[in-house]
Design a protein around this ligand. Structure first.
Ligand code: ACO
Length: 385
């Protein structure tokens, strides 16, 4: 007999699916921790590589450990010529997130260790994925814009090399720090949808590449990582500051969701949004166009908050995707690169979760409540339908 709706948790809200040592999201206080450290401390004092090490090994590295970890990443900072030719043949109209998905599957096919299921080989594959995903999308950008294709540089950090390859020039130390911080902020976030997706695929004992391909697909959705691109499109569609309020009123009246607002876990301001907003405030000072964009974002935030609170909704606040786009725009990134930036950072969390999943695995296999046609209907042959 079909079940009743007693054990029904739409969106799996409030359901704990496993334990983790990686990150903790405190939705009431608006705090985020990686391996016990606050995101504020990590963002202020660490680099991408240090925090990636933390999520990999559970502890911050000594300088020797960091040097060795960076060497592992650097050794994988190259693309096979065959992969480059595949990127060259990829439709230039393709979204970079689709390119990331397709090329991550290609990376798997080029990995000589794909069949090696040992933990050591899996770790090497994880390093390979983290090092190569940024190269895939930056190479795609070089090709689609017709600029010269850039070769990675060994003397640059992970964040700086990304900006260098994407824009064709070395970032300033300030640009590097801002971008590095943004990457740190996006690295892991509890049981978010793409991480859950990664865990679900990992639980079938599929390889780590398959789990990452699936997670990239999940992240691309507008209700998840894809929101950052929508936010900047929304802000750009509002030309003047006095158009902000009517825009929000219209959305509220039509009961449409406002991109970059709301969160399943945070019922106060997302701590990452706070940091990104402060970074943007400091970063865009000298650029009048960006200043205007930030002013619009700040006004939007203020007016939207007032509207939500007037409606008695004290639980809808800007999330990580609201202010990140302003920063990426100021860094000169194309709009459709905002979600890929999220992906090249979150991939660290995905692979770390892959390891937690396989450590003590049980396949995910929930159930549906069947509400279809009566069971045991009379079968009607084709000539009588
Ligand atoms: N604008 C207006 N109303 C909202 C918003 C929003 N952005 N977000 C939530 N609400 C309202 C809903 O209309 C709903 O109202 P109701 O109770 O009257 O029906 C209530 O708040 C709960 O919303 P749900 O969509 O059920 O909340 P859920 O936890 O399922 O979804 C989500 C969370 C997807 C983030 C949602 O807030 C949303 O769609 N936000 C906009 C997209 C976005 O910014 N996504 C990025 C999230 S962060 C990340 O993934 C990286």
């Amino acid at each position: 007999m079909p079940e009743n709706r007693e054990n029904y948790f739409p969106g799996l809200e409030g359901v704990n699916i496993d334990t983790t040592r990686l990150s903790f999201v405190d939705g009431k206080q608006g705090r985020l921790y990686y391996c016990g450290y606050t995101i504020e401390d990590l963002a202020a004092h660490c680099t991408f590589e240090e925090v990636a090490y933390l999520l990999f090994y559970g502890e911050l590295p000594t300088s020797k450990q960091l040097y060795d970890f960076k060497s592992l990443l650097l050794a994988e900072r190259y693309l096979d010529p065959h992969l480059k030719s595949i990127i060259t043949l990829t439709p230039k109209t393709g979204h970079p997130m689709a390119v990331l998905q397709a090329l991550t599957a290609q990376l798997a096919m080029h990995d000589r260790e794909i069949a090696d299921k040992s933990l050591e080989a899996k770790k090497r594959k994880a390093i390979r994925i983290i090092a190569k995903l940024p190269l895939v999308v930056t190479y795609f950008e070089n090709v689609r814009t017709g600029m010269r294709t850039m070769e990675p540089r060994d003397d640059l950090g992970h964040a700086a090399n990304y900006l260098y390859m994407l824009r064709g020039k070395e970032p300033t130390p300030e640009e590097e720090k801002v971008f590095d911080t943004a990457l740190i902020l996006h690295m892991d976030h509890g049981c978010n949808n793409s991480t859950f997706t990664c865990r679900v695929v990992s639980s079938t004992e599929a390889d780590i590449y398959s789990a990452v391909v699936a997670a990239i697909g999940s992240l691309s959705g507008p209700l998840h990582g894809g929101a950052n691109e929508r936010v900047i499109r929304m802000l750009e569609s509002i030309e003047e500051l006095d158009e902000v309020e009517p825009y929000i009123n219209d959305k509220v009246e039509k009961k449409e969701k406002i991109m970059g607002f709301g969160h399943r876990v945070y019922k106060v301001m997302d701590p990452r949004a706070k940091i990104l907003r402060e970074l943007a405030e400091d970063f865009v000072v000298d650029d009048p166009a960006m200043n205007k964009c930030l002013k619009k974002a700040n006004l939007f935030y203020k007016v939207a908050e007032e509207r939500f609170q007037k409606q008695g909704r004290m639980d809808i606040w800007p999330n990580v995707d609201f202010f990140s786009g302003v920063l990426y725009k100021a860094l000169g990134l194309p709009r459709d690169f905002f979600t890929p930036v999220f992906a090249i950072s979150r991939v660290v969390g995905w692979v770390a979760h892959h390891f937690e999943q396989v450590e003590d695995n049980r396949i995910y296999r929930p159930r549906f409540i069947y509400e279809g046609a009566a069971l045991g209907r009379d079968f009607v042959p084709m000539n009588k339908r």
